[in-house]
Design a protein around this ligand. Structure first.
Ligand code: GTP
Ligand code: MG
Length: 399
């Protein structure tokens, strides 16, 4: 799974990416600081079942701190998008295509209204961040519509003549865009287009389908960034104007990055997502550091934290509906074959079946699936049984 961090230039995408990954990619107060995509790994919090079991766990692909498992999430930070990006403006196409595998988008906007649509810094309150939300959706729609539309008429005419399936044709067309066959069928239905005669589809029909695909297959959430220099009134206005199309979370990437780095340097005690931090007794702070931390404490009081971790988690859990599943090989001890307790964690769509989880663990397990055993209840579950959030499953296969 991958989340694309997207938005106009200079709004704080790389700062947010650095905060979430603790990497150190370039950030600067002008547009196009990022010229090539950056990839990294952030994490979301999931309760770790080792607490129920009263034993300690041995996580392989995540860390576990105080009963909280930090499940990894791949992130990609791309260069700023400017209006007309789908036509190649700015750095255009080149990196829109890097967003193909993204399962969802975390859009960053400058809530304070201090960045122009081209990414030039301006006085606070001189630009409307809500316009950036509408505009990004249109830009992404154009991008998908264009992928759909390449040599469209010729291709659909032969499809119609040969009697091929429209959904399969669209799926081939959208390969690499991480859109499931199910989502494609649903989008075709809800867009209300004439399924039997795709050669008659107008550009605006294709755009309508692209919009449905985007809405259903690429959930989006807005990180309303730079809240440290925004007012509550700006937030209310922004939310009012955008809430019907996309949810948002006020955040300060700058504050989060400073706190995570200070925590790494043992200057403060702070866990991402906490609504406050504590100084580490005995840590020596320079006067400038003390001042910066005091300012951040004020921002956190005002906005109930920095919002960055909350933004990623809302996107993952409320928009992408991911749930955690813990596969084990021994349902009594919750261990793998080497005796490690709850070694793995997968984030899967909430509507997954236990068999699809088996496929995630290993293709062989999916293909040779017999049943799964719920390690809490010891009940056997059939292939189509839906996973429950936090399930601990042993997969039983033919070999
Ligand atoms: N006040 C404030 N400034 C921020 C915040 N986040 C980022 N900035 C500043 O905004 C400027 C742009 O940050 P970047 O992270 O480089 O922005 P970007 O969106 O990646 O920019 P491009 O790569 O050029 O598209 C930098 O000067 C950051 O320090 C924030 O939460 N609050
Ligand atoms: Mg950047």
């Amino acid at each position: 799974m991958e989340i694309g961090v997207v938005g106009q230039p200079n709004v704080g995408k790389s700062t947010l990416f650095n905060a979430l990954t603790l990497l150190d990619v370039a950030m600067a107060p002008y547009p196009f600081t990022t010229t090539k995509p950056n990839r990294g790994v952030g994490a979301v919090r999931v309760p770790c079942p080792h607490v129920e079991k009263g034993v300690s766990c041995s996580p392989g692909n995540a860390t576990c701190v105080d009963g909280v498992r930090w499940a990894p999430v791949n992130l990609i930070d791309v260069p700023g998008l400017v209006p007309g990006a789908h036509d190649g403006r700015g750095l255009g196409h080149q990196f829109l295509d890097d967003l193909r595998p993204s399962d969802g988008f975390l859009q960053v906007v400058d809530l304070s209204g201090g960045t122009s649509e081209e990414g030039v810094s301006a006085p606070v309150g001189t630009h409307d961040p809500a316009l950036g939300v509408e505009w990004l959706e249109d830009e992404l729609v154009e991008w998908i519509a264009e992928i759909l539309g390449r040599d469209f008429e010729r291709n659909v005419r032969s499809l119609e003549l040969e009697g091929g399936k429209l959904e399969e044709f669209l799926q081939r067309r959208l390969t690499g865009l991480a859109i499931s066959a199910f989502a494609i069928s649903a989008a075709v239905r809800s867009s209300g287009i004439d399924i039997a005669h795709p050669h008659l589809w107008s550009v605006s029909d294709r755009r309508g389908l692209a919009r449905e695909l985007l809405r259903s297959a690429k959930p989006r959430l807005v990180g309303a960034n730079k809240c440290d220099r925004s007012t509550k009134e700006q937030w209310e206005i922004f939310r009012e104007r955008t809430a019907s199309s996309v949810p948002s979370v006020p955040c300060s990437a700058d504050a989060e990055l400073t706190l995570r780095r200070a925590a790494r340097a043992h200057l403060v005690r702070y866990r991402p997502g906490d609504s406050r931090f504590e100084p580490v007794p005995g840590a020596t702070l320079l006067p400038a550091q003390t001042k910066a931390l005091e300012a951040i404490a004020g921002v956190m009081d005002h906005w109930e934290g920095t919002g960055v971790q909350r933004a990623l988690e809302s996107l993952l859990f409320e928009r992408l509906h991911r749930v955690a599943v813990f596969p084990v090989e021994d349902e009594s001890h919750w261990t793998d074959s080497r005796g490690r307790v709850l070694p793995d964690l997968f984030l899967v769509p909430a509507d997954s079946t236990v068999r699809s989880v088996a496929y995630r663990v290993h293709t062989d397990l999916g293909e040779n699936f017999l049943r799964a055993i719920d390690a809490r209840t010891h009940r056997a579950l059939g292939a189509d049984h839906p996973v429950s959030p936090g399930a601990i499953l042993r997969i039983v296969s033919k070999r």
